[in-house]
Design a protein around this ligand. Structure first.
Ligand code: MG
Length: 253
């Protein structure tokens, strides 16, 4: 009897292993937001970067810690460096600037050339507050973003005209913005274009479209355009190619 049981066990054992092996090999599948320990924050960030999530005023409360981690523990810098590698490859394979001096690039300033991470971290990525932001920007203490400075320098070396285009208010923040840029190495650009009084109240997208259109009417050919908001990169005269720098901290329409 015991021999029969032993024989049965020997015959069945490989099948048992096969069955348990098949169960172990079955992939575990989760819909976004259903994975354990996931509050849907990665999905939310991807939606932001793909311009599917729009018009949001603050980082969702459950994602503040996630955004802080993303911005400060390396992934943001890796993603940013990746975007700049793509831009550099595009510059390398495209023709050098024409001798007529009209090949141009447009760069946004906030969270493109200069970082506001310290400011937004301090306010827990809350809603845009014009007076608090003005106080922060007036300190001229925004750190430069090194990979963007690298692209900026390459373009100047290759003879491109670089225009810095910002929705910052020119009257309130003109001199301190210019000084901050200079201190962080952004010098040699063609023109710093900021929001003059007649453009107050316009969305960034409308204002920046009008300014780029003006450059094109002056004869410039916009070869590339770099910004952290889709409103930097959509609208009129956006350029031959746009490069979106990650920014899950705030949304500018
Ligand atoms: Mg910006």
């Amino acid at each position: 009897m015991s021999n029969t049981i032993t024989l049965l066990a020997l015959l069945l054992l490989p099948h048992l292993f096969l069955i348990s092996g098949a169960a172990a090999a079955r992939p575990q599948c989760f819909w976004p937001g259903q994975a354990p320990e996931d509050a849907g924050c990665l999905s939310w960030r991807v939606m932001v970067e793909a311009n599917n999530a729009r018009g949001w005023r603050t980082v969702p409360e459950q994602c503040v810690g996630y955004v802080k981690g993303y911005m400060t523990r390396g992934q943001y810098l890796r993603d940013l460096a990746g975007v700049m590698e793509q831009a550099s490859a595009y510059v390398d394979q495209a023709a050098d600037a024409d001798a007529d001096g009209l090949d141009a690039w447009v760069f946004d300033i906030d969270d493109t050339c200069l970082s506001n991470l310290l400011y937004y971290e301090g306010k827990q990525f809350g809603a845009y507050d014009p007076s608090a932001f003005k106080a922060w920007a007036s300190k001229e203490a925004c750190p430069g973003i090194p990979p963007v400075l690298g692209l900026f320098a390459t373009l100047l070396d290759k003879g491109f005209k670089v225009f810095l285009l910002s929705g910052r208010d020119e009257e309130a923040l003109g001199p301190c913005t210019a000084a901050n840029l200079e201190a962080e190495g952004f010098s040699g650009y063609e023109r710093l274009i900021m929001r003059s009084p007649e453009h107050r109240g316009q969305s960034s997208s409308v204002f920046k479209s009008a300014m780029r259109k003006q450059l094109v009417e002056e004869g410039y050919r916009i070869r590339g355009n770099v910004g952290d908001q889709w409103s930097d990169l959509q609208g009129d005269c956006v350029g031959d190619r746009v490069f979106k720098i990650p920014n899950p901290m705030y949304f500018v329409p």
